[in-house]
Each structure stands twice: as structure tokens, then as C-alpha cells.
Design a protein around this ligand. Structure first.
Ligand code: ZN
Length: 40
């Protein structure tokens, strides 16, 4: 289940959300500044 649309804390652009197979969970990534973090 994906979260509501999120904005990056740093650059305020839209966070893209994806399922990571190795992590076995949803992650969010900012394509502008490259931060990547777990969503749960
Ligand atoms: Zn960003």
C-alpha cells in the first residue's frame, strides 16, 4: 500500500515510491537530490 503523495523535505519535489524486492518493503526516492528512505 503506497502512502499519499509525498514531497521531499529538502527540495520539495515529488517523492517517487516503489517496492524494493531486497528490502521487502516500500521505499521513497527523490529523483532530484537522490535521497532514498523506507516508508514504513
Ligand atoms: Zn529532494
Amino acid at each position: 500500500m503506497f502512502h499519499e503523495k509525498m514531497l521531499c523535505d529538502v527540495c520539495k519535489s515529488e517523492i517517487s515510491q516503489y517496492y524494493d524486492e531486497s528490502y521487502k518493503g516500500n521505499r521513497g526516492k527523490c529523483t532530484i537530490c537522490g535521497i532514498d528512505f523506507p516508508l514504513e
